[in-house]
Design a protein around this ligand. Structure first.
Ligand code: MG
Length: 162
């Protein structure tokens, strides 16, 4: 298999969409994070930064991995007790957040602070994804942190460039 990251990047974005998340949803979270610091910030600018974050191989790999685990849990291909832990989004599990750190780490410590915040207040689409994941048989355990990680990384990118 040829690892062409242009193709793999498109696949990662398609997977996010398949799971109900658009890049604009993520850009909106970035906007909510940064609008208080930059009056002239636009959604388009946030979207551009989200797209730049998604150019990074670490980020693409995290999206593929996290969504794969959510889907495997839904489809019953993960053994107990891990399957129930994932389906119930057990709060002490923590590996979903650890995986998302690999996105946030790319842009340094501001990213980590932003990630902690979006995760805590479940900003924008994150809150909905979190709630949708609580439906029976549905698993968004990794997805919410992936979105939060990308949004936080894009926010850090804005902070570094403005
Ligand atoms: Mg989670």
């Amino acid at each position: 298999m040829d690892f062409d990251y242009d193709i793999i990047r498109k696949k990662a974005i398609a997977l996010l969409e398949e799971r109900g998340v658009t890049l604009l949803d993520i850009a909106n979270i970035t906007y909510l994070l940064q609008q208080k610091y930059y009056e002239d910030l636009t959604i388009d600018e946030c979207l551009e930064n989200v797209e730049m974050v998604l150019n990074k191989r670490e980020v693409i790999n995290t999206v593929l991995t996290g969504i794969a685990i959510d889907k495997l849990a839904e489809e019953g291909h993960i053994e107990e007790p891990l399957r129930s832990i994932l389906l119930n989004d057990f709060s002490l599990y923590g590996i979903d957040e650890v995986l998302a750190y690999s996105i946030v780490n790319v842009y340094g410590s501001i990213g980590l602070t932003n990630f902690g915040y979006v995760d805590k207040v479940k900003l924008g689409r994150i809150g909905e994804i979190d709630r949708e994941g609580k439906a029976k048989g549905k698993c968004n355990t990794f997805l919410d942190d992936i979105i939060g990680g990308i949004a936080a990384a894009a926010a850090s990118r804005i902070a570094h460039t403005k």
